[in-house]
Design a protein around this ligand. Structure first.
Ligand code: HEM
Length: 237
């Protein structure tokens, strides 16, 4: 699964390899559904299968696609949350010290990273269902728009003049980096939990962790929807 999703998210995957990759993902998830149909357990796949039995509900293809969406939406995003938090801490030593001394909880680091360096930087594409007034402009009905969570997180009207700064002591820290409305991220609690386990564990094991290269040398993937690095070289100490 990891190999296939690495390929799925890589900007280096040749377009001609995409159909095979999608077919392989389909086969992989169909296998998981078949296995869980035979041996159900206390897990999401079994719950989806159970919910689809005996009525006009989810087809096998819909279950497979739902699982694929779950992993695709939940995997790279959470990796980036953890990675972006490490980058933010390692480039703000005074903030890092506050957290490692236990003066500020890890939850603050997670929320501030979601606001300041959010993994899902843009969502493509929504259409206005009616004329919408935005500031002194009208967004006409039917017009396509991109929602920029990255920009919203740094909006000075919302977060004040320090909106552009990474500050783990920021309160209140209201952001909408998991979206809003009917399609708000259903994995928000899970990714917060994952990051709240991974980050303290990482720094407990490697309290002297530091970036192995200057910040300017970290390369963002050229993907408009994501704020992901190609890689994060660190010294583990
Ligand atoms: C830091 C981690 C994450 C971030 C920043 C994030 C961000 C988002 C955002 C902004 C949306 C809304 C997109 C829109 O408005 O169309 C969304 C939707 C979604 N997310 Fe997440 N997500 C994260 C983790 C996860 C995890 C762990 C899962 C599942 C295990 C997940 C599953 C989904 C799914 C299935 C949707 C689509 C919901 C729908 O369209 O109704 N996400 N996510």
């Amino acid at each position: 699964m990891k190999a296939l999703f690495d390929k799925f998210f890589s900007t280096q995957t040749p377009p001609e390899e995409v159909p095979q990759m999608m077919a392989d993902l389909g086969t992989l998830f169909a296998g998981i559904v078949a296995g869980k149909t035979e041996n159900p357990g206390d897990d999401l796949t079994s719950a989806l299968i159970e919910a689809s039995e005996g009525g006009d509900r989810l087809t096998t293809e819909e279950i497979t696609n739902t699982l694929q969406l779950m992993v695709a939406a939940g995997h790279e995003t959470t990796i980036s949350l953890i990675v972006n938090a490490v980058v933010a801490l390692e480039t703000h030593p005074e903030q890092r010290a506050l957290v490692l001394k236990g003066e500020v909880p890890w939850e603050n680091v997670i929320e501030e990273t979601l606001r300041w360096s959010t993994p899902t930087s843009h969502v493509l594409i929504r259409f206005a269902t009616e004329d919408i007034e935005v500031g002194d402009r009208i967004l006409p009905k039917g017009e396509a728009l991109i929602v920029s969570f990255g920009a919203i997180g740094r909006d000075e009207e919302q977060h004040g003049p320090t909106a552009g700064e990474f500050d783990v002591t920021r309160t209140p820290n209201r952001h909408i980096s998991f979206g809003h409305g009917p399609h708000v991220c259903p994995g928000a609690a899970l990714s917060r939990l994952e990051a709240s386990v991974a980050l303290p564990a990482l720094y407990e094991r490697f309290p002297g962790l530091r970036l192995a290269v200057p910040r300017e040398e970290l390369r963002n993937k050229p993907v408009v929807t994501q704020n992901d690095l190609f890689d994060l070289p660190v010294v583990l100490a």
